[in-house]
Write a new protein. Structure first.
Length: 325
């Protein structure tokens, strides 16, 4: 064999040999139980979504998917645990919307939300809803904006707490609508709705799921939902996007992330399997029963989505004067 040909053959063989373990990793994953860390207590919306997908992935893989609830420090505790885990695909983070908000609330994080994680897949989006007490003389977004502009710093809006996605949605509304309304933080959504029904606050920004029964009973009036498109759960409610605030989007969401340097083959395999799960009719029904819409994306699309969310909420935090602690 000619020397040059021999060297070329050796180079090609070496390249193929080097690729074999990578391909094998993607094809054989997982070979044991996979742990999915949920940075919230059991029983909440993120936990429900995570367990629903985790159970189905376990059935596809034929290996256990163990849900590990690690609440604390506004999701930082569980998130940091995954950031420091081995990048082998066996410790993953069920990633909720606070992942993109917390960097604007805390000046020092033990992890970098962009550099220390690989984005795998988006599970769902879930619109929030703007509600008013029926005595508030506004039946749509246009009327609510006009009312707020006529009474700067008089109307108020309640949310589940400072720094919540609901709070940031309200701040985004203030910015885009150019209105001055006062934020009233609560500890969770239930007391917000109690005070809205009681007439103690004018506006509430909350999850659509928590408010559906009150909307149907007429005890509160829905103004608009916060997704770019109308919700499957209550398609009769318009969006802020179609009601004059073009491009308004402030949705709760959940996805799946891995520690940085996890192999692309493992990420792509999990992404494909998640997409398969999100197409299952029973999963779609369970999601929509919770006011959540399945939202499959490629890993690259999810990465772009998260980066955009972090940037968007950073701008909102600056406009609202929210200083990291």
């Amino acid at each position: 064999m000619h020397k040059n040909s021999e060297m070329a053959f050796i180079a090609v063989f070496a390249m193929l040999f080097a690729l074999m373990p990578i391909v094998a990793v993607g094809q054989s994953f997982p070979e044991r139980a996979v742990r999915m860390v949920v940075p919230f207590p059991a029983g909440g919306g993120t936990d429900f979504i995570g367990r629903t997908v985790g159970q189905k992935l376990g059935e596809i893989w034929g290996k256990p998917v163990v849900m590990d609830n690690r609440p604390g420090a506004t999701t930082v505790l569980g998130t940091d645990l995954v950031a420091k885990a081995l990048p082998d695909g066996y410790t993953l983070l069920v990633t909720p919307v606070p992942f993109s908000i917390v960097p604007n609330l805390k000046s020092r994080l033990p992890y970098d939300p962009l550099k220390d994680f690989e984005r795998i897949a988006l599970y769902n989006t879930a619109p929030l809803v703007f509600l008013v007490n029926p005595i508030v003389p506004a039946k749509n977004v246009k009327e609510l904006i006009a009312l707020a502009r006529s009474k700067p710093d008089v109307l108020n809006f309640g949310t589940s707490g400072t720094g919540s996605s609901n709070h940031f949605a309200g701040e985004l509304f203030k910015s885009m609508a150019r209105v001055k309304i006062v934020h009233v933080p609560y500890k969770g959504s239930p007391p917000v709705l109690v005070d809205l029904v009681g007439g103690h606050i004018d506006i509430a920004v909350t999850t659509l799921t928590s408010a559906i029964n009150l909307i149907k009973s007429g005890k509160v009036r829905s103004i608009a939902v916060t997704g770019l498109e109308r919700s499957f759960s209550m398609p009769e409610i318009p969006t802020l996007n179609e009601s004059g605030l073009k491009g308004f989007q402030a949705v709760a969401w959940n996805g799946l992330s891995a520690p940085a340097r996890t192999s692309r083959e493992i990420i792509d395999k999990i992404n494909a399997d998640v997409a398969r799960v999100l197409r299952l009719p029973d999963v779609i029904n369970r999601f929509q029963g919770e006011g959540a819409d399945p939202a499959p994306m490629t890993a690259l699309q999810f990465d772009a989505f998260v980066r955009n969310e972090i940037q968007k909420w950073g701008k909102v935090a600056q406009l609202a004067g929210i200083q990291p602690e």
